[in-house]
Design a protein. Structure first.
Length: 171
């Protein structure tokens, strides 16, 4: 949202930091996927930004795009968001054998490595960021995710934080 995520910051003694922002509720929605290649264990981050709430059609389009870029069958691990479940049903019926879906337990975001991507974006890269409009916010989110995509140690850390061992990983 355009409302800044206010985090603790430093300022000279006696000068309280002030964030001036509009009281607007414009937003962008985002969808992302962390990938691990089956043999070489390479990590990847794919994402898409949307102007409206993500619906099952957006999830389907995104997963098709990731599959096209990777050029192989996908095992997809999702949380139980309604849009995810609906997209999984439709993709399974439309393209049998192309996608295999596994489900995270309900109410267990700590097991989802993609949550680390959003924590990095929201609470580190964009903390205290004030954007003038949704386009500027989308640009800032895109820059943050592009930096995260190029930082292998961060991607590995997201899996470790979720308690997942990937063995020997190369980039």
């Amino acid at each position: 949202m355009l409302q800044p995520l206010v985090r603790a910051t430093w300022a000279p003694r006696g000068h309280t930091p002030v964030l001036k922002s509009w009281d607007r509720h414009d937003r962008i929605s985002a969808i992302s996927a962390l990938t691990v290649s089956p043999q070489r264990r390479r990590l990847g981050l794919y994402f898409s930004l949307e102007r409206a709430n993500v619906k099952h059609g957006d999830v389907m389009k995104f997963l098709r795009s990731v599959r096209l870029q990777l050029g192989r069958r996908l095992i997809v691990v999702l949380d139980r968001l309604n849009a995810h479940r609906s997209a999984a049903r439709k993709l399974t019926s439309e393209s049998p054998g192309v996608y295999e879906f596994e489900w995270l337990p309900a109410y267990a975001p700590q097991l989802n490595p993609v949550e680390g991507v959003w924590n990095q974006t929201k609470y580190a890269d964009l903390a205290n960021a004030v954007c003038d409009d949704a386009d500027a916010l989308a640009g800032d989110v895109h820059e943050s995710l592009a930096r995260t995509r190029c930082t292998c140690s961060l991607l590995k850390g997201f899996f470790r934080r979720a308690g997942l061992s990937l063995g020997a990983i190369s980039r």
